[in-house]
Design a binder for this molecule. Structure first.
Ligand SMILES: Nc1ncnc2c1ncn2[C@@H]1O[C@H](COP(=O)(O)OP(=O)(O)O)[C@@H](O)[C@H]1O
Ligand SMILES: [Mg+2]
Length: 350
């Protein structure tokens, strides 16, 4: 039994991958719906090279028209759309004397290639971040063993510096562990209801000690009586710590930091009621071009300053992951010279 040709076309149109059929002259006889929506209309009847002008793709087409059964190749395209694709060309023998048709199936590997690139960049970044304190530590060890061997004062000073570098490494490793823990639990949802006002006040009390040392004051502003919210308590505590610590770190001495909590019924993108917590500082603010990249791992506006202040560049990446685990959203607004506001929106149910 054979399939009627109308069914074959319908089946090809249902496929999630782009499929094209070419005649012996490389004219496009058929494009399935996925191919049309991805690469555009109006190519049926035209030469394949009009759609994909890529030497390596044309080469495997030639190989298969010249008698090879099938061939495939992975290429990065700029046109008709940008991305990484795998092309597979198969010869479809016809029972007549005509030259075989060519079946071209295309697999979009762009997301995979991007994920692989991100992984490679991440490993390179982590190695670099770990190597700097290690190099410093090795240097101090050499000095203590050599030139500063009998100099008690110098030794004390170098040991102090070594302590700083070691604690930098500990912070980095513990941030990396938090990040991977949150990633591993990305699909879990919280069920325990937590009093967010109490949680926020607790975090503020803890962090006030550090803020006071720099003459900065943290104020808590509560609007109404927000109901308890289902959250992972430890994770949301981490979010508030990271945001408030940043506000303290990146603002001027003697300034004020305001943590506000309120509920909102109409926040764009949410169907449910939302609890919004914002952390506002009177620091120097962040230039517009940096805003979309702040939550990337290891992204800092000023790397030296962040390091001097003990930052790892992972704080906001952790914040973003935890918030998306709670199906919430992080909103950042900032005016250079006027301070920044980081707002966390968490839905009551979603
Ligand atoms: N409240 C803030 N004011 C100004 N800049 C900020 C603020 N919060 C974060 N940033 C910028 O965003 C960068 C990334 O923040 P984060 O991920 O917490 O890393 P870290 O604080 O370890 O450098 C910081 O290096 C800093 O440049
Ligand atoms: Mg930080």
């Amino acid at each position: 039994m054979t399939l009627p040709s109308i069914a074959i076309e319908q089946i090809l149109n249902e496929l999630q991958e782009p499929v094209l059929v070419l005649d012996g002259e490389r004219h496009i006889l058929f494009m399935n719906q996925t191919a049309i929506s991805l690469f555009g209309e109006g190519f049926v009847g035209r030469n394949f090279v009009r759609l994909f002008r890529h030497a390596d793709v044309m080469k495997i087409i030639t190989d298969v028209s010249d008698g090879k059964n099938e061939a495939s190749i992975k290429v990065a395209l700029e046109n008709p759309i940008k991305g990484v694709f795998n092309f597979k060309v198969t010869s479809l023998d016809q029972d007549t004397q005509q030259s075989p048709l060519l079946l071209v199936t295309i697999k979009d590997l762009t997301d995979l290639a991007n994920a692989e690139q991100m992984r490679t960049d991440f490993v390179a970044n982590v190695s670099h971040e770990l190597r700097s304190p290690l190099t410093a530590l090795s240097g101090f060890i050499e000095t203590i063993k050599g030139p500063a061997k009998d100099d008690v004062l110098a030794r004390e000073r170098f040991l102090g510096l070594m302590e700083l570098e070691a604690s930098r490494m500990v912070r980095l490793i513990s941030d990396l562990l938090s990040l991977s823990k949150v990633e591993a639990r990305q699909n879990q949802r919280p069920s325990k209801h937590i009093d967010m006002v109490e949680l926020t006040k607790r975090v503020v009390t803890t962090l006030s000690n550090t803020a006071v040392k720099e003459n900065k004051h943290i104020k808590v502003d509560i609007e109404g009586k927000p109901k308890p919210l289902p959250v992972f308590e430890d994770e949301i505590t981490q979010v508030l710590i990271n945001l408030i610590e940043n506000a303290v770190k990146y603002s001027a001495p003697e300034s004020e930091i305001t943590v506000s909590i309120c509920t909102n019924n109409h926040i764009a993108g949410f169907t449910d009621r939302v609890l919004s917590i914002s952390v506002e500082d009177q620091g120097e603010g962040i230039a517009r071009e940096h805003l979309p990249r702040l939550t990337e791992r290891f992204y800092r506006v000023d790397t030296h300053r962040s390091r001097d202040k003990g930052g790892t560049g992972l704080g906001l990446a952790i914040v973003k992951h935890i918030i998306s685990q709670h199906r919430g959203r992080l909103q950042i607004s900032s005016v250079e010279g006027n301070g920044s506001v980081f707002t966390v929106h968490l839905p009551y149910r979603d």
